[in-house]
Design a protein around this ligand. Structure first.
Ligand SMILES: C[S@@+](CC[C@H](N)C(=O)[O-])C[C@H]1O[C@@H](n2cnc3c(N)ncnc32)[C@H](O)[C@@H]1O
Length: 880
């Protein structure tokens, strides 16, 4: 999914347009919709007219498009002004002919309810076991469901998704709420989604990362990443070598960026489900992303003292903000609001983001560009502009990949409309400029690259290699994907490609003038403010987009249409227009937009708002790497029984140096290198690495600091830490033990079976002996603290644990606690025992005896149990 506007007021990508919802229980047999959208609302003359003019499904010959006027008759195939109107008067039968064709099929598909789709997330065995649970446990029970006399279709696998790990189903909400088998399946999905094992994601949104082809050593940039469903897929690919219970530390990196600060936090929340020492989150305008500096290395990974290089990426995802008309099945508000200036206004930003990505790509690297829009101005036009400016790139032939995915080739030609009513279509940019009937203000809103290249250029660029996904092809949303690769070395520069073996930055052996021009270097010691401008100017010399204020104005004015302030703000950022330039922008004509006064006020207001937000929003603490011999690190690792092989040189903290350390994060060496050589403020670094240890809060040792403080392994960090935990320190549990943990918050040690009790007591004695802990009265403490239990795969009394499960626990004086949050416990309980055992206990019940929990039991803190409701997780509850 995606968004163009931040809050989705218009239902753009990622935004949630609130359509006219009425009775959520209702349905419409004809459309299959369950939200009772009035069928009459699912029409938009502008949309129909615009896309008919694009001839998405081939030239339909003589049929005129009612209401569309093409400027000038000189262009082949175009209808002259007046002529189109005359043709619109043709008998209905003739128009029907076209409307009953594929175009109408597409429109009907857009009017149908979008199936719910999800994929099994995570890179570990969870994927396999969860998929098996769905196929073997849930689907058989859903095969023959009849509800109120109608057969309800069961969930089916999405056939083009690798390994059958994505599913779809399309049932009304009331079935999910009232039909027992579907109700059970729905609860299962909700819980697994909450804990991150399932990602509810639109099927088409799963496509771009599959074409990115990420490997664990890759340096990857996700330029417009929030809310993060594709980021999660990329992380899974980076962690492809993880095992069922432990995570690898990939040598590559994923920088997930989004210009919207709030949305970067959603992104962080989403990606916490797949903890990765290789993840960084930044909060920048992708169209102006700064060069990242890393120490130079030789081809075999040896440092070259005193030399720095610009980090180039092996893989870049540009899932850009767009008008989002491909999401109309879900964001029904788009039916009402859609107009062609949405796409026109985003073209420049989209092109700039893609071109910035191209500049940051390593030789032989790959970029995937995607939108959830069908508009060629946001799609093929962007690709054509970027290819023209960067001839060392080419479109990859994607036909052999995901063969079961039905797609249509990219367009070679299209016809932009220059007004919001989709009435006036202009065949060429030159025709627009030459027109004596179109005013200068309107002309100033457009750039040449919004029009198709010549037929020869389009052929040479192989624009047909772009992929168009239409909703009627496989019952999905609409989407556009293009895969671009750099043909070898950029001219004049020798840049060593990254090596699969080395956990190192991309090394360059020579920094030629050409490279420097493409990616400005910090070595050049240019002040940051100036550097951004230089970079802009440099980009603009290589693109067909002029960098002057009229373009800023064009973009802004275009986005002013229909008063979409949020979209406009992004465009102002993208063009780096100064407030003066913005307020000096020509106002749109009456026909094309709001009044001069309105437009002027909005521009200044919008710009100021963003500037103010920018200054105030970035309040993140810097990251500090701790020295390996830091006393706290040493005691913390010793207490947690962590092996000396643990990479403690990449442990970092976020608190100011004079404050007690609360949480410790782990990164990989490349992330460390990036943080160490770049200003975190310049990168607007919002997250790095993954949190693995946290100080015990809420217990008796609450006040203790420094080496005497107790730290525990976080559930989310355990897969990363586990390979370094001493094997003999990992306790062994079985399904019986797990059940005791899940039946109570703080089960007493004595409630566990003898074998487990003995292990606990032995571990506690060892710990007490090792650390000589004292109780307040002087007695030896009974080895309280963080422990780890491995529950081995087994089948017992019909309960199947398909793979080993390793979980953190806390041992207090007389009781234990499973240190995963309540939702994760419920999900586990439902998956294994078919019921939520936690639902039977309340927090005050403690061990079930009515006793209050012990004082030294840590309560999961807010950060651990963060329940930021993401659009994705709330959606599964809300929409189904
Ligand atoms: C299509 S959505 C991305 C969806 C995301 N890739 C996913 O799969 O969850 C587009 C995102 O671009 C962000 N955005 C808009 N303008 C941007 C810019 N100039 N630089 C970076 N991000 C931008 C928006 O905040 C939005 O989150």
């Amino acid at each position: 999914m995606g968004r163009a506007n931040r809050r989705g007021g218009k239902g753009g990508r990622g935004g949630k347009a609130r359509g006219p919802r009425t009775d959520p229980e209702g349905g419409d047999a004809a459309t299959g919709r369950t939200d009772l959208i009035e069928k009459m609302d699912m029409h938009n003359e502008r949309f129909s007219r615009y896309y008919k003019m694009q001839k998405l499904f081939g030239d339909t010959g003589t049929v005129a498009v009612e209401g569309a006027v093409v400027l000038g008759a000189e262009v082949e195939g175009a209808k002259a002004e007046g002529e189109a109107e005359m043709e619109a008067d043709k008998p209905e039968g003739e128009k029907e002919e076209e409307e009953s064709g594929e175009f109408e099929e597409m429109l009907s598909a857009f009017r149908r309810h979008l199936p719910t789709t999800f994929r099994i997330a995570g890179s570990r065995m969870t994927v396999h076991s969860l998929n098996k649970t769905i196929a073997d446990v849930h689907v058989p029970g859903l095969n023959d469901v009849v509800f109120e006399g109608e057969r309800i279709p069961p969930p089916v696998r999405i056939d083009w998704y690798p390994d059958g790990c994505a599913w779809q189903f399309n049932v009304p909400k009331k079935v999910l709420r009232k039909q027992p088998q579907f109700k059970k399946f729905h609860s299962f999905l909700v819980f697994e989604t909450e804990v991150g094992n399932i990602s509810r994601q639109e099927a088409v949104s799963m496509i771009p990362p599959l074409f990115l082809d990420v490997e664990p050593h890759h340096k990857v940039m996700d330029m417009c990443a929030a809310p993060g469903s594709k980021t999660a897929q990329i992380l899974e690919a980076l962690h492809a070598q993880d095992t069922s219970t432990s995570s690898s530390i990939p040598s590559g990196v994923l920088i997930a960026n989004d210009s919207d600060n709030k949305r970067t936090h959603l992104l962080i929340h989403q990606s916490a489900r797949l903890p990765s020492p290789a993840l960084m989150v930044t909060n920048l305008d992708a169209s102006n992303y700064p060069a990242i500096r890393v120490p130079r290395q030789t081809a075999d990974g040896k440092p070259v003292p005193g030399k720095m290089d610009t980090l180039l990426f092996d893989r870049i995802l540009c899932d850009v903000p767009c008008s989002g008309d491909g999401t109309m099945r879900k964001n029904i508000g788009i039916w009402k609001s859609w107009q062609p200036m949405d796409g026109n206004g985003l073209h420049i930003l989209q092109t700039r983001i893609l071109q910035r990505g191209m500049k940051m790509l390593a030789p032989n690297g790959r970029i995937v560009y995607s939108t959830c829009s069908l508009n060629p101005v946001e799609n093929e036009a962007v690709i054509a502009a970027a290819l023209k400016a960067n001839p060392e790139f080419h479109l990859v032939d994607p036909s052999a990949h995901l063969p079961a995915l039905h797609r249509r080739p990219g367009l070679h030609t299209w016809l932009p409309s220059i007004d919001r009513t989709a009435t006036t279509f202009v065949p060429t940019y030159d025709a627009l400029m030459a027109s004596t009937t179109i005013d200068a203000n309107t002309k100033a809103r457009f750039v040449r690259s919004q029009w198709p290249p010549s037929a020869e250029e389009a052929k040479e660029m192989q624009l047909e290699r772009c992929m168009r996904i239409y909703p009627h092809l496989q019952d999905t949303g609409g989407f556009f994907v293009a895969v671009l690769e750099r043909k070898g070395e950029p001219s004049g520069a020798a840049v060593a490609p990254s090596s699969a073996a080395s956990d190192s930055a991309t090394a360059t052996t020579d920094e030629s003038a050409t490279r420097k021009r493409q990616v400005p270097s910090e070595e050049e010691d240019v002040p940051e403010s100036k550097r951004a401008r230089i970079e802009d100017a440099e980009m603009d010399t290589t693109t067909s987009i002029p960098a002057d204020s009229s373009i800023a104005a064009a973009s802004v004015a275009a986005l002013e249409e229909e008063g979409d302030a949020e979209m406009k703000i992004e465009a102002v950022d993208s063009t780096s227009a100064t407030p003066d330039e913005v307020s000096a922008a020509p106002s749109p004509s009456d026909e094309a937009g709001p009044s001069k006064k309105d437009a002027g006020e909005k521009k200044v207001g919008g710009h100021n708002k963003k500037k103010k937000g920018d200054a105030g929003e970035f309040k993140e603490n810097p990251y500090h790497y701790l020295p390996e011999d830091h006393p706290l690190v040493k005691t913390c690792l010793a207490r947690l029984q962590i092996l000396p092989t643990f990479p403690s040189s990449t442990l970092l903290v976020r608190n100011p140096p004079d404050q007690p350390i609360r949480s410790l994060y782990l990164s990989n060496t490349l992330v460390r290198s990036i943080i160490g050589n770049n200003s975190y403020q310049k990168l607007r670094l919002t997250a790095a690495g993954t949190k693995i240890f946290t100080k015990q809060e809420g217990g008796r040792k609450d006040k203790e600091e420094g080496v005497s403080a107790q730290y525990r392994i976080l559930g989310e960090g355990l897969p990363v830490v586990l390979p370094f935990v001493r094997e003999d320190a990992v306790l062994k549990g079985d399904l019986g033990v797990l059940r005791v943990f899940l039946e109570s918050y703080y089960p007493l040690v004595r409630n566990f079976d003898e074998a487990f009790r003995e292990q606990i007591e032995r571990a506690a004695r060892e710990r007490a002996a090792m650390f000589g802990e004292e109780k307040e009265g002087g007695e030896a403490e009974e080895g309280t603290g963080s422990m780890v239990v491995r529950f081995s795969a087994e089948e017992r009394d019909g309960v199947v644990l398909t793979h080993d499960l390793v979980l953190p626990i806390w041992k207090s004086s007389v009781s234990l606690s499973l240190m995963i949050d309540k939702k994760a416990k419920s999900a586990l309980s439902l998956r294994l025992f078919g019921e939520d055992l936690m639902a039977k206990v309340t927090k005050t019940e403690g061990d079930g005896s009515g006793k209050k929990p012990e004082a030294d039991i840590p309560v999961l803190d807010a950060a651990d149990a963060a329940e930021i409701e993401t659009e994705e997780t709330s959606a599964i509850v809300e929409e189904n």
